[in-house]
Write a protein that binds this ligand. Structure first.
Ligand SMILES: NC(=O)C1=CN([C@@H]2O[C@H](COP(=O)(O)OP(=O)(O)OC[C@H]3O[C@@H](n4cnc5c(N)ncnc54)[C@H](O)[C@@H]3O)[C@@H](O)[C@H]2O)C=CC1
Ligand SMILES: O=C(O)C1=N[C@H](C(=O)O)C[C@H](O)C1
Length: 250
């Protein structure tokens, strides 16, 4: 049995993770903690893997504290920058146990991970590329962590292929052209009734490719969360790993 503790357990994602961990045959719930609870209750004796779904403003501190306490962490919270990832790597380098792991995924849904992968494959072949993410209105961050990740991936693939800037003759912009991430325009929609959706638009003269992933329900993230818990519990991924694609043989 893999002993799993959940941090952010009362949240929309955390509560689903508690259910998924209780429902799986090879995982058992150790501690379910939320804001105000003492994270030092989590130890290597009671927990093999912590799953962390909180808010971008607190996630780094939670992860650093948990690494210092000697436990492995699977993180779904957004807001990760290169600087924050470097802080996690530094914490892991002086972690109390050998081969400790942190795994961070911008998105645990197979549809979103594949959309990201297909976007990377398509990117070198199109002059234009834009990303639109669409979410429920309770989401606190924009653009989504997934959209930021997709934009970086497209930009990198374009650079590797020797492509220049996307064509755009906009002369005035009140904000409608979206946020520009690594040269890729990213647009965020917040709409009651939506859950988590992303569209990647590619264009050439006379043709368009649209790649779209729709997560209609948060249960769509749970197989990916459990896969990450199992992989991290195996001890085969010491250090920091970012992205569920590492576990999917893509
Ligand atoms: N990687 C993925 O596949 C997915 C990532 N997310 C991300 O996960 C995060 C959480 O999303 P939701 O569950 O929708 O948010 P939420 O607001 O429903 O839940 C966050 C929970 O964290 C708790 N919390 C706040 N500060 C805390 C602290 N210091 N220690 C412990 N718990 C604390 C809150 O009380 C709340 O229960 C967001 O960053 C979201 O973008 C959401 C869905 C999928
Ligand atoms: O807040 C959400 O809901 C989601 N957050 C993640 C993100 O920002 O990419 C993953 C998914 O889009 C759902």
């Amino acid at each position: 049995m893999i002993k799993v503790s959940v941090v952010g357990a009362k949240g929309r994602m955390g509560s689903h993770v508690v259910e998924a961990v209780n429902g799986a045959e090879d995982t058992s719930l150790a501690l379910a903690l939320d804001a105000g609870d003492d994270l030092t209750q989590i130890t290597p004796e009671n927990t093999d893997v912590v799953v962390e779904f909180t808010v971008p403003t607190v996630s780094l501190d939670n992860v650093l504290a948990l690494v210092a306490q000697g436990v492995n962490v699977v993180v779904g919270t957004t807001g990760w920058t290169d600087e924050k990832l470097d802080q996690v790597r530094a914490a892991l380098a002086k972690a109390p146990r050998e081969n400790q792991s942190v795994f961070i995924a911008p998105n645990f849904a197979i549809s979103a991970v594949l959309a990201d992968y297909f976007a990377k494959v398509a990117a070198p072949y199109f002059e234009s590329a834009e990303v639109i993410e669409l979410h429920h209105p309770n989401k606190v961050d924009a653009p989504s962590g997934t959209a930021i990740h997709t934009a970086h991936a497209i930009a990198e693939a374009r650079k590797d292929a020797g492509l220049g800037a996307v064509p755009d003759n906009t002369q005035t912009d009140g904000g409608s052209r979206g946020q520009v991430i690594d040269g890729i325009h990213v647009h965020a929609v917040r709409l009651r009734g939506l859950n988590a959706h992303e569209e990647v638009l590619f264009g050439n003269a006379g043709e368009q490719l649209t790649i779209r992933a729709d997560s209609f329900d948060r249960i769509s993230f749970m197989p990916g969360v459990l896969l990450a818990v199992r992989k991290i519990a195996s001890g085969n991924y010491p250090g920091l790993t970012v992205g569920l694609d590492h576990f999917l043989n893509l």
